[in-house]
Ligand binder design. Structure first.
Ligand code: IPD
Ligand code: CA
Ligand code: CA
Length: 257
């Protein structure tokens, strides 16, 4: 498989899905929105964007399977698969806010080979291939050079459906609220990650995500020179249960314990 040949083709497909989503913003009727679970909204836009991605990516690489948020295609355990969040930031999208994205990764087991995140409203396409560097609209990007927490800007996602770990979350939140220049909550984990990759944020933390929220972003952060892990720093962030992403220089200061 030639990743550098695949890369621009995947970027084009991800961009097309984003253009479709942006055209639908403001068009979705209340009766077209449903709750998949507590505070987990979905509409035809998420599903149609996923179908569009699946159709085009299947043609591009017929041997790869799929792990997708909306389950519009048979989910496979194949080691080689596309990991897709067709619309990351659905709540923002449905409330008319501009921060949402399309996130697509190609992974061999947990080894992420290619990742693309597109933010349609800003026309920002972040992408990376393994060992090939990270890019924003085809220009190389790298993480920030911030060396102290006091100088850093953080991003997070608030717990909104699973509240067992709220105390643990609030302890981290308070530490960073007091110890940094500020904390932002944009509402799209994929955007949080790519903003760490291009140095707009120095670090990002969140609990209870899924691989489709972060797979593309994890590779883009790594290829931009950053670091990702669980909160102990010993495990991978791939599952999304605990995700800490940073410019690498701050990572040691951020580990729990
Ligand atoms: C959500 C966004 C949000 C994060 C949530 C995710 P969705 O994804 O990434 O920032 O806090 O946990 O579920 O549901 O909009 O695809
Ligand atoms: Ca998501
Ligand atoms: Ca989604």
């Amino acid at each position: 498989m030639n990743l550098s040949l695949l890369h621009p083709k995947v970027n084009t497909i991800v961009r097309e899905a984003g253009v479709y989503i942006q055209k639908q913003q403001g068009q979705v009727k209340a009766q077209e929105i449903s709750d998949k679970s507590l505070n987990n909204l979905v509409s035809y836009v998420d599903k149609t964007a996923e179908q569009l991605l699946v159709k085009k990516l299947s043609i591009l690489l017929p041997e790869a399977g799929f792990l997708t948020e909306e389950k519009t295609v048979t989910q496979t355990e194949k080691p080689l698969r596309w990991i897709i969040d067709p619309l990351d930031g659905t709540t923002n999208f449905l409330f008319g806010l501009p921060i949402y994205s399309v996130s697509v990764a190609l992974a061999q087991d947990e080894d992420i080979l290619l990742g693309a995140v597109y933010i349609p409203v800003l026309d920002e396409l972040f992408s990376a291939t393994k060992n090939g560097g990270a890019f924003l609209n085809n220009q190389p990007i790298s993480v920030s050079k911030t060396t102290t927490l006091a100088d850093s800007l953080a991003a997070t996602g608030f717990p909104y459906y699973k509240f067992e770990q709220v105390e643990r979350y609030m302890a981290m939140f308070e530490k960073y609220m007091r110890g940094t220049r500020g904390i932002r909550r944009l509402g799209s984990a994929a955007v949080d990650l790519v903003y760490v990759a291009c140095g707009r944020f120095d670090f990002y933390f969140e609990f209870d995500l899924n691989p489709w929220d972060i797979a593309a972003g994890l590779l883009i952060v790594a290829e931009a020179g950053g670091q990702t892990s669980d909160f102990a720093g010993t495990g991978s962030a791939f599952s999304g249960k605990e995700i800490l992403a940073s410019n690498g220089l701050l990572h040691g200061f951020l580990l729990e314990g």
